[in-house]
Design a protein around this ligand. Structure first.
Ligand code: PGA
Length: 225
């Protein structure tokens, strides 16, 4: 059976210490189907990334590791920042321009563009979060997540038809081969219609990704599309 190409990306945000992260990996890792069409990524806190990466390698799990942010600068005198070069030892992907960063840390579109450039220079896939089709997407970015603010962490997801319509507009505006994910209050109960939409390339999952059981259910749904 031909499966649809899908990303399922766990955004843990500011949750889970190392012990909690490792418990999740050992529960989830062996239950992820080895499927060419399915890319499952976990984005832990910076301090968890190395241990998570090691546990994935030891278990030989089909899981990629992402960061939740990246510095807009090269290595250098930027206290508190994690540069793309440093992260490239561990991270395959980086979430950029999440609305929580735009709101709480004054992240601007220009900063997001600089971060995306850094990521690409060090072979980290940038995943740029947009509010709608009007959020700028830096050139050469191939993966975006449509995450309307009203849907993030509210229990009030957008509907799949609207998400698909936004995805179409984003592709028309930027590039036909743009991969558009949906994010915002995704659960195992509501994931299926988003996964089925031709225009959408998967899901960015926040709260529901913290539970190993719930996340496995979402991955399982995706593996059957
Ligand atoms: P949520 O978060 O699933 O908890 O709504 C999604 C996100 O912000 O990436």
């Amino acid at each position: 059976m031909e499966h649809k190409k899908l990303w399922i990306i766990a955004n843990w945000k500011s949750n889970k210490n190392i012990a909690e992260a490792l418990a999740w990996v050992s529960e989830v890792g062996s239950k992820i189907p080895r499927q060419e069409s399915l890319k499952v990524v976990v984005c832990p806190a910076f301090t968890d990334i190395e241990e998570v990466k090691k546990a994935i390698l030891v278990g030989n799990y089909p899981l990629l590791v992402g960061a939740q942010d990246i510095s807009p600068f090269e290595d250098g005198p930027y206290t508190g920042e994690e540069s793309a070069r440093i992260l490239s030892e561990l991270a395959d992907l980086a979430i950029l321009g999440h609305s929580e960063r735009r709101q709480n840390f004054n992240e601007t579109d220009d900063m997001v563009a600089d971060k995306a450039e850094q990521a690409i220079n060090y072979k980290i896939t940038p995943l740029v979060c947009v509010q709608d089709e009007n959020t700028p997407v830096p050139e050469s970015v191939q993966l975006v997540a449509y995450e309307p603010v009203f849907a993030i962490g509210t229990g009030n997801p957008d509907n799949a038809d609207n998400a698909a319509a936004v995805a179409t507009k984003l592709k028309q505006k930027h590039r036909e081969d743009l991969e558009v994910l949906y994010g915002g209050s995704v659960t195992s109960e509501n994931a299926k219609p988003f996964l089925q939409k031709e225009e959408l390339a998967g899901l960015l999952v926040g709260k529901a990704s913290l539970s190993a059981e719930e996340f496995i259910k979402i991955v399982d749904l995706a593996s059957k599309i």
